[in-house]
Design a protein around this ligand. Structure first.
Ligand SMILES: CC(C)(COP(=O)(O)OP(=O)(O)OC[C@H]1O[C@@H](n2cnc3c(N)ncnc32)[C@H](O)[C@@H]1OP(=O)(O)O)[C@@H](O)C(=O)NCCC(=O)NCCS
Length: 140
């Protein structure tokens, strides 16, 4: 949905802003693409790339050397550990954790409070601790 709206708005000439709340903590060598939003209380470590229109919600933490591709949402209190790649349009639910070094495929959904311990295939819906596939994503 967000991708469709952004595409239309940009086709009409809109130029998306980068919004970083003053109460967010953003480390060094963080590249933030147009349309990305970093909310208050979010923490982003070093050498991180946020894709276009990626959202890092309140209290979410993004570890070092991670990449959030375009239109990723990391919901409140979620933790994306270091050296993780999160594919485009993926949703990481509130309070979920993705362990270090993993890859989350595009269009996946990680349910609230899940703990992702293995790579996630594109379009999967994962819930639980440890996270297991329970279906296909509504966001893919
Ligand atoms: C995983 C998720 C996408 C599934 O949504 P859904 O397809 O609408 O699923 P439903 O609510 O119909 O639940 C289906 C089943 O999964 C279970 N379930 C749903 N979310 C779950 C979760 N996060 N962890 C464990 N089980 C979950 C439900 O209890 C239900 O089980 P049942 O069939 O035994 O009754 C969603 O529940 C979720 O966690 N979204 C993230 C929410 C979030 O981050 N909110 C913060 C917004 S700021």
């Amino acid at each position: 949905m967000r991708a469709r709206i952004a595409e239309k708005a940009e086709a009409w000439g809109a130029r998306p802003a980068v919004l970083v709340h003053p109460a967010a903590v953003v480390g060094t060598r963080v590249r933030i693409s147009p349309g990305a939003v970093v909310c208050g209380g979010a923490q982003i470590s070093t050498n991180v790339r946020l894709g276009r229109h990626a959202h890092v919600n309140p209290g979410a933490i993004i570890g070092h050397d991670s990449v959030l591709e375009d239109f990723v949402s990391v919901n409140p209190g979620a933790i994306v550990s270091g050296e993780v790649t999160v594919g485009a349009r993926t949703l990481i639910g509130a309070g979920a954790t993705v362990l270090q070094g993993l890859s989350v495929g595009e269009g996946a959904t990680v349910g609230a409070s899940a703990c992702v311990t293995k790579n996630v295939a594109a379009g999967s819906v994962m819930v639980g601790v440890p996270a297991r596939v329970v279906g296909s994503s509504i966001t893919s």
